[in-house]
Ligand binder design. Structure first.
Ligand code: MN
Length: 242
């Protein structure tokens, strides 16, 4: 009985090492798992489900569909890069979309799943943008633009965000400890698994006398990595990336 967690793959057609790693992972490690959870930023960006016919996108969707058809339930949470993934994507791939956060039970223990961006509350600028961009108005304005125009707009947003990130101190780009504690308290002191910060680690938080484990998933920029959890606990596994 093993459940796998991945996030921040940032898949795009130009990143062949990560792509090879991902397709290999789906056919081997994930294939023999009991379930796979993808906790956001599967794609570098997703501009709308009407882009499912893009050759690279359809390859990813077909690979996920093969995994699901082989009997591995696969769950997908939105990240900050792919939050307009919708029902058409879910139907085509067979994945089940999960809200952020989602509380599951694994081997008798409560496990809270998040992408992780909502924990970065010290980044006020980003949180303000997030609130705006997750509104129905923003999303429907985006999806009403022609596909090519959307891709250009997303590219521009990415460049802007990369520039802004360079000017921000490292601690602002990480989770806010107070927010992590507040979330652990709100959900009854679960184990927490999230990605987003690209700072893979196992943290231990002591909150109100409870000891909570927090696993931060790695990005897939240099090969791949996943977290595997079973009855004995969780451990991070690095994929070879060749
Ligand atoms: Mn992210």
């Amino acid at each position: 009985m093993s459940t796998l967690f991945i996030s921040d793959l940032h898949l795009c057609s130009g990143r062949s090492q990560s792509n090879r790693c991902f397709f290999g992972f789906l056919e081997s490690e994930a294939h023999s798992a009991d379930a796979l959870y993808i906790l956001g930023d599967l794609f570098e960006y997703w501009v709308g489900d009407d882009d499912l016919d893009d050759p690279f996108n359809s390859t990813v969707v077909a690979a996920l569909a093969r995994l699901v058809a082989s009997g591995v339930p696969t769950y997908l949470m939105h990240g900050n890069r792919d939050f307009v993934i919708g029902e058409a994507f879910a139907r085509a791939s067979g994945v089940t979309l999960l809200p952020d956060p989602t509380l599951i039970e694994l081997h008798g223990q409560a496990v809270l799943l998040m992408h992780g961006d909502t924990l970065c509350t010290l980044d006020l600028e980003y949180q303000a943008f997030r609130r705006e961009a997750r509104s129905q108005t923003w999303i429907s304005n985006l999806l009403h633009q022609p596909l090519a125009q959307r891709k250009a707009a997303v590219e521009a947003l990415r460049r802007k965000s990369e520039q802004e990130k360079r000017g921000k101190p490292a601690e602002i780009m990480d989770v806010a400890p107070a927010e992590v504690e507040a979330v652990l308290r709100r959900y009854g002191y679960p184990r927490l698994i999230h990605g987003h910060t690209h700072r893979p680690a196992r943290h231990v938080h002591r909150v109100d006398g409870h000891v909570c484990e927090r696993w931060v998933l790695a990005d897939w920029y240099h090969g791949g990595s996943y977290l595997v959890c079973d009855e004995s606990g969780c451990r991070a596994v690095q994929l070879s990336g060749t």
